[in-house]
Design a protein around this ligand. Sequence first.
Ligand code: ADP
Ligand code: MG
Length: 439
Amino acid sequence: MQEKEVWKNILSCLETELSRAVVATFFRGTELELRENGSACVLCPHRLSADYLRTHYEEILNKRLEELTGTPWNLSFAVRSIPQSKPKELGPIFRSASHDGLFAGYTFENFVVGLSNQLAAAAAQAIVERPGQLHNPLFLYSRSGLGKTHLLHAIGNSVKLTQSDAQVLYCPAERFTNELVAAIQDRRSTASFRRKFRSVDLLLVDDVQFLAGREASQEEFFNTFNELYLAGKQVVLASDRNPSEIQKLEERLASRFSGGMMADIQEPDLDLRLGILQRKAVEKGASIGNETLLALAEKISGNIRQLEGALNQLLSLASAQNISPSVDLAATLGKSVVHQAALCPEEILVATARYLQIDLENLRSKKRNKEIVFARQIAAHLLRELGQLSLNKIGELLGGRDHTTILYGLQKIERELPNNPILRTQLQAAQVEILGKTS
Ligand code: ADP
Ligand code: MG
């Protein structure tokens, strides 16, 4: 059998075991290379995907490969070098969402409810039952990583399920602004811009704090809001703070935002953290003892994104050492995740460059080809997440770039995350690996 056929066979086996969507997402752009010396290599389009496949699918791939060819192989994962002339190869990581902008993976079913988020979750559920009638607008706010984006998508997905003819649109405020700017530049498209936003039954706008200081966007958004509101359509907004705390937000918008129902999400308590870990472990098909999960939940407080990252790291460590996840193992990794605030920025940068397998020089250079720009944006994201650095400091570390350039890159990644599970998981994996190396 040819390599190509072997790989095709394996992938179609996996489709039945893991589902077609998983295979389409995680194995996109991969190839198999079989060598005479008994080594088999899975070639991946980029480092992040190679790491992900190694951590999650090495065992099952090994098994299927041996079954299919009748001999054992020494399996490895590598990055296929990307020809310069085809920078589009990096494309899959920026998969675009369906036109309603919804990510099907964020649902009410996989949103774990606890004391800190029950008000927000209940308000969100109520929207689905009676859109436009109960809480309009619903305004969700909290620190980052506590589930606002997840709830917005859950509302959208659920409304689509229960009312199949409803027009739903999820849009981060930044995209609203960008599309508005583009529409204004090309006069003919203002009408279609308005039609797009004003013809929906449910408008979900994420990160509305982004509108701060942007006058044209605020004006347009105010009119969009009023038109939808008067027509009895539902609007749901999410922000990293309360409307009254968003500076440079026009008074009339702030008062519209707070005119319906406001629900905040607080830091998750221990019970909720444990509940989320249990849920995520089941989703990943991993069997981890409750004491181990509890140890993890005790170590990592605050951000739920970090909690997921820690769980992933625990699973990769266990599989790398061929042992089951234990309280002791959880103790070793908690340390690096908890102490992240103390990381030195230069160390993070060096570890990030190493992780992405890109020269530090290139990250800092003026080069603008797609791969390097993308790597630079990922580096900025990791510096921000791991080092909590200012935009100016990140710009300085990345070759003296302007803070607006850094902001643009960060927003690009941030915007991509809800729609792109592979990028999300991989960035988490990158974070925990880098933390492991620097502490
Ligand atoms: P925010 O928009 O508030 O920054 P997100 O909605 O992006 O936060 O949540 C960060 C991550 O944590 C996502 O992967 C999300 O699925 C997960 N998450 C947050 N809250 C919960 C919850 N209650 N149950 C399950 N997963 C959650
Ligand atoms: Mg969000």
